[in-house]
Design a protein around this ligand. Structure first.
Ligand SMILES: Nc1ncnc2c1ncn2[C@@H]1O[C@H](COP(=O)(O)OP(=O)(O)O)[C@@H](O)[C@H]1O
Ligand SMILES: [Mg+2]
Length: 138
């Protein structure tokens, strides 16, 4: 099974990309495809289309396009991968995320919360192709 994550600008800027990816690798999760990009507005709007109209939407789009991010496809031999990755990330608000989770250990702000992960198979299938071609995932 595959999961899709994004190391957000705050984490890339603080040089903790490797540290974060190590956690997944140490868990037994493989990096299937990865790229560092500066996301354009169109990609950001596609990624966060479900949040359109919410009070934080404009700010979120500005934030995710403000600096470089690392888009990454993870893979492991379990049908629970998406759940496992979301659990490892911790709650959306780092103030509520448990210590030991990525957001709980590396985050402090609601918007700059270190990492994104697709929340379902449907989300992976919608979000992953915004950034990766089929060939890159073979
Ligand atoms: N109330 C909020 N204020 C500011 N930013 C928010 C708020 N809620 C969510 N966000 C930002 O939008 C992203 C997407 O929200 P959501 O899908 O609910 O969380 P998650 O990233 O945990 O799946 C969050 O990771 C966070 O960066
Ligand atoms: Mg989400």
């Amino acid at each position: 099974m595959k999961a899709f994550i994004i190391i957000k600008p705050d984490a890339v800027k603080r040089n903790i990309t490797g540290k974060i990816l190590s956690r997944f690798e140490e868990r037994g999760i493989r990096i299937k495809a990865m790229r560092m990009i500066k996301m354009c507005k169109e990609e950001a709007e596609k990624l966060y289309s479900i949040h359109k109209g919410k009070p934080f939407y404009d700010s979120l789009i500005n934030y995710i396009t403000s600096d470089k991010v690392v888009v990454c496809v993870l893979e492991a031999d379990t049908d629970k991968l998406i759940e496992i990755v979301r659990k490892m990330n911790g709650k959306t608000n780092p103030a509520e995320a448990e210590p030991g989770t990525i957001r709980g250990d590396f985050g402090i702000a609601m918007e700059a919360n270190v990492i994104h992960a697709s929340d379902s198979i449907e989300s992976v299938n919608r979000e992953m192709p915004i950034f990766f071609t089929k060939e890159e995932l073979e």
